[in-house]
Design a protein. Structure first.
Length: 448
């Protein structure tokens, strides 16, 4: 009964048992003071304590795991990652541990190299220093589908998406699984843009079904099957931007693996946010910082709604406190995977032990370019219709925007044309992409 009361940590029951213990101790000739001393020890032990055999067992287990991590880090971390395959948040933490603490290299998921689980990779006779990403950790995949892929691969590596669709058991894999693997980068070994691969999935699966039906007909009735080997072509579509590629990758894996969204802005951001988040220190004066939003959460305080934004610049992450008076007029800026520039004071966070920024001003990339940039420059070497450029600029015209400068170079001779102020433009990523997509080989930059 005493052990049960200790386990449940019920104060009233423990008080009753203290008196029972005193009475029993008195019968054995112990004083009440001594009985209380002994009972106090048991009561303290009930708070959080283990017997020696239990503690020794866990200590031994700790030594075993520490040895494995120190001497066989790739195998140890691969096993831990495999255990956490259903928890992308835990995978991200383990990946950071593997890279930063163990000094390992994480290889991207590969349809021709990966297994269902994470596996250590190394040269023969040498300690493994790499981990190959497990296909089972890709969202939307399943063990039976991945095992079907590995089984089909025993006949040789897949040569392209169409070969993959033909050889893998259609009963075990579906379009959704293939699309998830493409988004995760598992088909990058074919050196085809992920957007093109994704657009070609239906064609590949339909072609595989037709090839199977035709092969069955040839087998049943005889005849020439040479037409079945005609190589299909990928669907033509615009390739993904680096931002879209990484956003889709994060949707499939839970985090960025092949790069970081901030890298697309890093050089430009250093023009106005000169320090990295990793180099932050408490400051009384407001500082300009920049990063990509990785999380947004809301809290209620005495001042009303408060938003905590996690900012990441690939050097570190930091929480930014945004009070309601700043949040309300800027709601559209606080979206995951979007660039955010913050002017604010840096202070120590007593709760987390790290640093925290209290925002005084926030800007997206276009607003930051307008505030700190000098002009939006467009350079080309081929002749082009001015009317075509005007049609592209029209949706982005803004009196509050940047001046538009066009540079033209041909046969070593160049000229600059500064457009009138009525053609000031909003220097967004959308305008930059539109100019590049529609005008081909050109250079688009914001000059500071």
């Amino acid at each position: 009964l005493l052990r049960r009361a200790m386990g449940k940590k019920k104060a009233e029951e423990m008080a009753e048992h203290r008196q029972i213990f005193r009475d029993g101790a008195a019968k054995d000739g112990l004083s009440q003071q001594k009985a209380d001393e002994i009972f106090d020890l048991m009561e303290k032990f009930a708070g959080y304590g283990f017997n020696k055999s239990h503690a020794a067992a866990y200590a031994l287990l700790s030594y075993h795991t520490a040895y494995l991590k120190a001497h066989h880090p790739a195998a140890f971390m691969a096993a831990n990652l495999s255990l956490a395959m259903d928890d992308t948040d835990k995978i991200k933490i383990l990946v950071e541990d593997a890279l930063d603490i163990c000094g390992l290299t994480l290889l991207a998921p590969d349809i021709n190299q990966s297994e269902y689980r994470f596996i250590p990779v190394g040269e023969a006779g040498k300690k493994a220093t790499q981990i190959r990403y497990g296909l089972g950790a890709v969202k939307g995949s399943g063990q039976s589908a991945i095992e079907a892929i590995v089984a089909a691969r025993k006949d040789g590596p897949f040569v392209d998406l169409f070969d993959f669709a033909k050889r893998v058991d259609k009963r075990q894999i579906n379009r959704r699984t293939i699309e998830s693997l493409i988004r995760a980068g598992a088909f990058d070994c074919f050196n085809v843009d992920r957007a093109i691969l994704l657009a070609s999935v239906s064609l590949a699966m339909e072609g595989a079904e037709q090839a199977e039906a035709s092969a069955n007909q040839v087998s049943l009735f005889g005849g020439d099957d040479s037409d079945l080997d005609t190589a299909p072509e990928y669907v033509k579509t615009a390739p993904w931007s680096e931002k879209q590629k990484l956003t889709e990758e994060k949707a499939a894996l839970g985090f960025y693996l092949s790069g970081h969204l901030f890298n697309a802005y890093a050089v430009e951001a250093r023009k106005f946010a000169r320090g990295k988040l990793a180099d932050l220190s408490p400051s009384r004066e407001p500082r300009m910082m920049a990063g990509v939003i990785t999380a947004v959460r809301t809290q209620m305080t005495q001042r009303g709604k408060m938003v905590i934004v996690t900012l990441d610049d690939d050097s570190a992450t930091v929480d930014v406190t945004v009070y309601n008076e700043l949040y309300d007029p800027n709601k559209s800026l606080f979206k995951e995977d979007e660039f955010l520039a913050v002017m604010g004071k840096v202070s120590e966070d007593r709760f987390s032990g790290g640093l925290r920024i209290t925002a005084e001003k926030v800007m997206d990339i276009a607003a930051a370019r307008i505030q700190f940039g000098r002009q939006f420059a467009f350079s080309l070497s081929d002749s082009i219709d001015t009317a075509q450029i005007k049609n592209i600029l029209l949706p982005y015209r803004s009196a509050a925007g940047l001046p538009f400068m066009m540079r033209y170079t041909r046969d070593g001779i160049g000229c600059e044309i500064r457009w009138p102020d009525e053609w000031r433009v909003l220097p967004s990523d959308g305008l930059r992409l539109s100019l590049l997509e529609k005008l081909g080989s050109a250079s688009v930059t914001v000059e500071y």
